[in-house]
Design a binder for this molecule. Sequence first.
Ligand code: FNR
Length: 379
Amino acid sequence: SEIYLQGLAGAVPPFTTDPTALESSAREVLETGPFGYVAGGAGSGATVRANREAFDRWRIVPRMLADATERDLRTTVLGTELVAPVLLAPIGVQSIVHQDGELATAAAAAELGVPIVLSTASSYSIEEVAEASGDGQRWYQLYWPNDDDVTVSILERAKRSGFTALVVTLDTWTLAWRPQDLDQAYLPFIRGIGTAIPFSDPAFRALLAQSPEEDRNSAVLRWVQMFTGVDKSWDQLAFLREHWDGPIVLKGVLHPDDARLAADAGMNGIVVSNHGGRQVDGAVAALDALPAIAEAVGDRVDVLFDSGVRTGADVIKAISLGAKAVLLGRPWVYGLAHGGREGVRHVLRGVLADLDLTLGLSGNRSLADLGRHTLMEKP
Ligand code: FNR
């Protein structure tokens, strides 16, 4: 009704919230390198497409006269109440698409009561983003460094800065073959990362101090290499548990046996995700992996989901197939590209409103009403 009223006064929204048109218009506001960084996937892009095709194979079956005029979108994840089953996915180096990057995103999310998950590959420091996030909910995403001092230092800084949950991304122990980034020699990425992050960490600065002749470029390269070819095992999760006393979530789980290993290791949650099709070209669509994983561990850990969520209907489908909440990725990054903080806010408000309307129009008053009975597979 807000948009309708503005329309009567002759004003239209700043840019589209149609997911396909949003990606096309982001292509117009971004240069080739930055656009490719966001939109691109691994290899042929087969898994980027598979993620969307999987959503299209499920259809919602609406119920009528179901008393759904009042809705409640709240849910509880890791023991904390969320206003809706939506978080912002960790997205690295956001200054590639807008100079305010993570600061804009954190402020917009806090304003709407939606948690952010800050990437280790942020363009701004942990402390700066915490300040921009204010009293907003914030989780920290760890790319697990191959240096224990740096790992502990990052975890301590995140804890001190009010990040409550740790999300450990397992699927990116080295970067995949990503043609659109390789075509640009990863330049936007390196430029974006070359500012706050490496030099804001005291443990990393101590490493650099051992070779003072190193120039800035090679120091950045050393930082990137700290996250490349990282060799970890399930046993080593105990190290993270020892140094992080809040909940821990493993991101990038696609096999029910890995979900069981996560639960056995005492993790509190998992994110069923293929990193938006950016790591294993030809990997299973995340939505196709979800039901068996939710079935295997849904009673032991909080099962979250990402990869391909674009609309309110998509959120409903993921919840119906066993997720407790979803992480939203590319759409709000395009919003950031269009208009910084206001752009992120516009996209996020759109998805939340769409979710609320679609939930009600399909005859549901709350997320607890959703389940396999909500959906039918495409005939
Ligand atoms: C990501 N993703 C990601 N994941 C992570 O754990 N740490 C990171 O730094 C990043 N960086 C990143 C950058 C960009 C540009 C994209 C598009 C994605 C993956 C992200 O958290 C999430 O898994 C995907 O974005 C989900 O796919 P969709 O919904 O964006 O298609």
